[in-house]
Design a protein around this ligand. Structure first.
Ligand code: CA
Length: 226
């Protein structure tokens, strides 16, 4: 998978690259509209992470150029909180999703993966972890071929965990993802705990391996190797 990170804050671009890059994910970085255009001449990307506020222009110019060439690279817009108009314009032009700064890298990972899947498989693919199969568009999980009855919140939790597989996911990030709010308080943490407990129980009862591990005082980790 090839990703292009268009971001002029070099340290943020490097953080994104460090988080998303892996054995099957390669990231390139462009710091300006012009550099992004140059990268796009040479190749297509599974997803472009596109900052709008760039030193030599607006990231929307890159998006317009892409859509003008009828390219199918996925695009996730990264924007400042106050850039609502640009965000809406981006979605109108054809961006797949957006994320508002500041964001957690786990949240960006979920959006990038969802965008790539929609583009590549028309949203019909499955995530497989041996006995556990997750059907993202259908919002269904199966263990050894039998459906597991998850609530929408439990499903979102599972999706978030798998998007950051083999990494520790902080509780505060999970709380924020579930409540779509900056939820750092004790009640939000308790909510995460309750949903996580139910999710783990349901997966265990269905016969799934124990993949969700508590990292004490920090959060949780979904391990691909059971
Ligand atoms: Ca910027």
């Amino acid at each position: 998978m090839e990703l292009l990170i268009v971001e002029d804050e070099r340290s943020l671009a490097e953080d994104i690259r460090a988080y998303l890059e892996g054995p099957d994910v390669r990231c390139r970085i462009a710091g300006t509209v012009r550099e992004a255009m140059d990268q796009l001449l040479g190749m297509s990307f599974d997803c472009i992470i596109l900052d709008l506020g760039l030193p030599d222009g607006n990231g929307l110019e890159v998006l317009r150029a892409l859509k003008g060439q009828e390219r199918t690279d996925g695009v996730v817009i990264v924007s400042a909180k106050d850039a609502l108009e640009d965000r809406l314009e981006g979605l109108r032009i054809g961006a797949d999703d957006y994320i508002v700064k500041p964001f957690h890298l786990a949240e960006l990972a979920v959006r990038v993966q969802a965008t790539v899947r929609r583009a590549r498989f028309g949203g019909r693919d499955l995530l497989r972890f041996d006995e556990l199969v997750i059907d993202l568009p259908a919002l269904r999980a199966e263990v050894n071929g039998a459906p597991v009855s998850l609530t929408p919140t439990e499903f979102r939790l599972l999706r978030l965990l798998t998007a950051s597989k083999d990494r520790v996911l902080p509780r505060a990030v999970i709380a924020e993802h579930l409540t779509e709010d900056h939820a750092d308080d004790e009640r939000a943490i308790e909510l995460v705990y309750a949903h996580m407990k139910n999710l783990k129980r349901k997966l265990a009862e269905a016969g799934a391996a124990d993949r969700i591990h508590t990292v004490y005082g920090i959060g949780y980790r979904f391990t691909t190797k059971a």
